[in-house]
Design a protein around this ligand. Structure first.
Ligand code: ATP
Ligand code: MG
Length: 229
């Protein structure tokens, strides 16, 4: 098949990728929030979108079931990035990976004492690397659902999770104490597809890069306005 398949997850990544794809003349013909279809045709005959779980996007692209995809840096680090080109930071779905603790837990003290901490997270590799670099001994507990519950239910001393507004942490009486890494989503491309379908893929990449660069220039202008006024 010389058509292009794009792997996207529902929700924020889909929403924030739409204007980028539009610049390449690609508009999905159905909304995955309301449609049950997992393969969605687009305004371009030669391009379709497959709807995947966010953590599955790198896997679809790695094995060539999708030529292009969008995935968070969190997901890409956990996946390992094998078989993927990551040509472009899309600057969307931005948030921070943080260590958070229940209010009242003296994290700094525990770290100074060399205590062994129980950490619940979905991001085992990122968490392992973070605490190893700090020289903190941890037992990592892999979770798939709401990590906020773990310290409240007594499963863990702390969590490593994504934070944007901080509202969920606050609602559960948790406090972010340490920044681990800044997160945004990236374009990923299957390495073989880039060779075999080079012309089409490069045209899509260029159109998307154009919007990403224009957005960056716009927000830089807004910032310098704010500084000078
Ligand atoms: P679900 O929330 O449906 O269980 P998910 O967590 O895998 O699925 P999303 O919540 O849509 O999927 O997250 C997809 C990506 O968006 C994450 O991998 C991350 O890069 C980014 N992300 C996650 N949470 C936030 C947030 N609160 N603000 C901004 N970006 C986020
Ligand atoms: Mg989520």
């Amino acid at each position: 098949m010389d058509g292009i398949t794009i792997a996207l997850s529902k929700g924020r990544i889909f929403e924030e990728t739409l204007p980028l794809l539009a610049a390449a003349g690609i508009e999905p013909l159905e909304n995955p929030e309301t449609s049950r279809k997992l393969i969605i045709p687009t305004t371009r005959d030669d391009v379709r979108v497959v709807i995947v779980r966010a953590t599955d996007a790198p896997t679809y692209v790695q094995y060539g079931a999708a030529d292009i995809g969008v995935a968070g840096k969190d997901v890409l680090i956990e996946h390992g990035g094998e078989g993927l080109y990551q040509p472009l930071d899309l600057n969307i779905a931005k948030c921070r990976m943080m260590v958070a603790i229940p209010a009242g837990f003296d994290y700094e003290h525990a770290v100074r004492q060399g205590a062994r901490l129980k950490i619940a997270t979905k991001y085992i590799n990122i968490a392992r690397e973070h605490f190893a670099a700090k020289g903190v001994h941890v037992d990592l507990i892999k979770l798939y659902g709401s990590m906020e519950l773990a310290p409240l239910a007594g499963l863990a001393d702390a969590i490593v999770d994504l934070v944007s507004s901080g509202a969920t942490l606050k609602a559960n009486n948790l406090i972010a104490v340490e920044h681990v890494i800044d997160i945004s989503s990236r374009l990923i491309v299957n390495q073989a597809a880039l060779k075999l379908k080079r012309e089409k893929i490069v045209a899509i990449l260029d159109a998307i890069a154009g919007v990403v660069n224009a957005n960056a220039a716009k927000s830089a202008a807004v910032k310098s306005c704010a500084v000078s006024s």
